[in-house]
Design a protein around this ligand. Structure first.
Ligand SMILES: C[S@@+](CC[C@H](N)C(=O)[O-])C[C@H]1O[C@@H](n2cnc3c(N)ncnc32)[C@H](O)[C@@H]1O
Length: 247
């Protein structure tokens, strides 16, 4: 996958040269190009922002530096993502969809916002969440990381992400490593039994329990099978029974 990032702060993308995404770049699975669009500002002072027509507070990114930067690299079939708190909220489903693209372009804003005409070169407006950042760089770092790890070959085994929270539609079950007993906290016996079917059932139940307790909203969209429906019914009944005891 080719990733192009339009930014005023290319050095803010150094984290993507580390760890798993850094290795993915070394292996040629992801190619990241940052473009400092200030270099393409046509005015002498290299200004990229100006005051809004009609008045108001703050400065807006002008279209010219963005358009001229876009003209400098190929992006015919790319998804062009504008970092914007008013955009569609980024999630695992979007990360999975974007990981199948050949090219992603990220446009990172700063200042109060954008000249609306910049939106004519984009395909998606994307938000990291319901909060306002100082610029789009942190959001784009997060999105590139989340997307890149889903590209085949980036993680060791495909299973490494298929069990992840949100990938299956559920939160991930609890996990343990050595030692068996750490300061009196013991690893559940079933995980050391070597009985694959019992381990699978335990993980499924814990995954459903965690999702029910922490993110019941995910279950509303989840297409549960018969086994899962039964587990969820039992979990709801036992939680109701313990609520009744407390009352
Ligand atoms: C200070 S913000 C501008 C906020 C804008 N005035 C508004 O109310 O929507 C500057 C830039 O940071 C980026 N940004 C801020 N919050 C973001 C978020 N939640 N997700 C993605 N990008 C964000 C966008 O590129 C935005 O143009």
């Amino acid at each position: 996958m080719r990733v192009d990032i339009l930014t005023l702060f290319p050095e803010m993308f150094a984290p993507l040269n580390q760890s798993i995404v850094g290795k993915a770049q070394e292996k040629g699975l992801v190619e990241i190009h940052t473009h400092d669009f200030r270099e393409n500002a046509s005015n002498k002072q290299r200004h990229v922002d100006d005051m809004p027509y009609g008045g108001g507070q703050g400065m807006l990114l002008m279209p010219q530096p963005i358009f001229d930067t876009m003209d400098k690299f190929p992006h015919e079939n790319a998804r062009v993502l504008l970092m914007d708190p008013a955009g569609k909220k980024f999630d695992q489903k979007m990360a999975e969809e974007l990981s199948k693209e050949d090219q992603l372009v990220f446009i990172c804003g700063h200042y109060e916002g954008y000249d609306e005409r910049i939106k004519s070169v984009i395909t998606d407006e994307v938000s990291l969440g319901d909060f306002v950042l100082t610029g789009g760089e942190v959001a784009a770092n997060v999105m590139v990381d989340a997307v890149a790890r889903l590209i085949p070959g980036v993680l060791g085994k495909q299973a490494s992400y298929e069990d992840d929270s949100f990938s299956s539609g559920l939160l991930e079950y609890p996990q343990y490593t050595r030692p068996e007993d750490f300061r009196g906290m013991k690893v559940p016996e079933v995980l050391m039994s070597g009985h694959h079917e019992n381990i699978r059932k335990w993980r499924l139940m814990e995954s459903l329990r965690k999702t029910l307790e922490r993110r019941p909203d995910l279950l509303e969209k989840y297409d549960a099978n018969e086994e899962e429906i039964k587990i969820l019914r039992d979990l709801r009944q036992s939680s109701k029974a313990s609520d009744d005891v407390v009352e």
